[in-house]
Design a protein around this ligand. Structure first.
Ligand code: CDP
Ligand code: CDP
Length: 194
C-alpha cells in the first residue's frame, strides 16, 4: 500500500514548497493539483471539454504561475463537471508506489480522504501576499487583493470548498522559515508512519 500525504490550504501558504520537500525527503511522487485547474483555465474555450481532454504535457506551460492564471483557475474550479473530470487522474497518482504527496484545496476532504497524513497549511494573508509578490516580482497590494478574492471564492463554492479535513493537522507558517515548516511536516509524516 502506498503512503499518501494530502496537503491543502489557501493561496501561497507554502503548500507546494512543503509538498516538494516531503516528496524529496521520502522519495515520493509529487502532484501540484493547482496546476490542473490553472491549465484548464488557461486553455480558454469550454472548460469542461478542456478538463476532459487534459494531458500531463498541458501542465508544463510557462504562463501558469501568474496571478491571472490563478484567477482563471479558481473560476473554472467552481464548475462541478470540471472537478469531476480531474478526479480519476488525481486518485491514480495518489496510488504511486512507494508514496505520493498531493497539494491543493480538496485533497484531504475529497480526493484522498483516506490519506495517511493530512496537513492544512496556513499563513496570514499579509505574509502570503509578501511571499507571492517576491516570487512573482509583482506588487504586494495587488497580490493581496488577488489572494483574498481567490480564497473567498475557493472557500464559498458549493462543490469541494477549501477547508481542512476533520483529521487534518494544522500548520501555520506565518512565523516560520521554509526549513522550519518543512521540518515540522517531515516530523508529522514520520509520526504517521512514513
Ligand atoms: O503552494 P503554495 O501556493 O501554497 O505556496 P508556495 O508556492 O509553496 O510558497 C509561496 C512562496 O512563499 C514561495 O516563494 C516560497 O518560497 C515562500 N515561502 C516562504 O517564504 N516561507 C515558507 N515558510 C513557505 C513558503
Ligand atoms: O499556488 P496557489 O495556492 O496560489 O494556487 P494553486 O494551488 O495553483 O491553485 C489555483 C486555483 O486552483 C485555486 O485558487 C483553486 O481555485 C483551484 N484549486 C482547486 O480548486 N482544487 C485544488 N485541489 C487545487 C487548486
Amino acid at each position: 500500500m502506498p503512503f499518501t500525504i494530502a496537503i491543502d490550504g489557501p493561496a501561497a501558504s507554502g503548500k507546494g514548497t512543503i509538498a516538494r520537500a516531503l516528496a524529496r525527503h521520502f522519495g515520493f511522487a509529487h502532484l501540484d493539483t493547482g496546476l490542473l485547474y490553472r491549465a484548464v483555465g488557461a486553455m480558454g474555450g469550454d472548460p469542461v471539454a478542456a478538463a476532459r481532454a487534459l494531458v500531463p504535457s498541458d501542465l508544463d506551460r510557462d504562463d501558469l504561475r501568474s496571478a491571472e492564471a490563478g484567477q482563471a483557475a479558481s473560476r473554472v474550479a467552481a464548475i462541478p463537471e470540471v472537478r469531476a473530470a480531474l478526479i480519476d487522474f488525481q486518485r491514480r497518482f495518489a496510488r504511486t508506489e512507494p508514496g505520493a504527496v498531493l497539494d491543493g484545496r480538496d485533497i484531504g476532504t475529497v480526493i484522498c480522504p483516506e490519506a495517511e497524513l493530512k496537513l492544512y497549511v496556513t499563513a496570514n494573508d499579509a505574509v502570503r501576499a509578501r511571499r507571492r509578490a517576491l516570487e512573482l516580482g509583482d506588487d504586494e497590494v495587488r497580490i493581496l487583493g488577488e489572494l483574498r478574492e481567490r480564497d473567498a471564492r475557493d472557500a464559498a463554492r458549493a462543490v469541494a470548498p477549501m477547508r481542512p479535513a476533520k483529521d487534518a493537522l494544522l500548520l501555520d507558517t506565518s512565523e516560520m522559515a521554509i526549513d522550519e515548516a518543512v521540518a515540522h511536516a517531515i516530523a508529522s509524516a514520520k509520526e504517521a508512519g512514513a
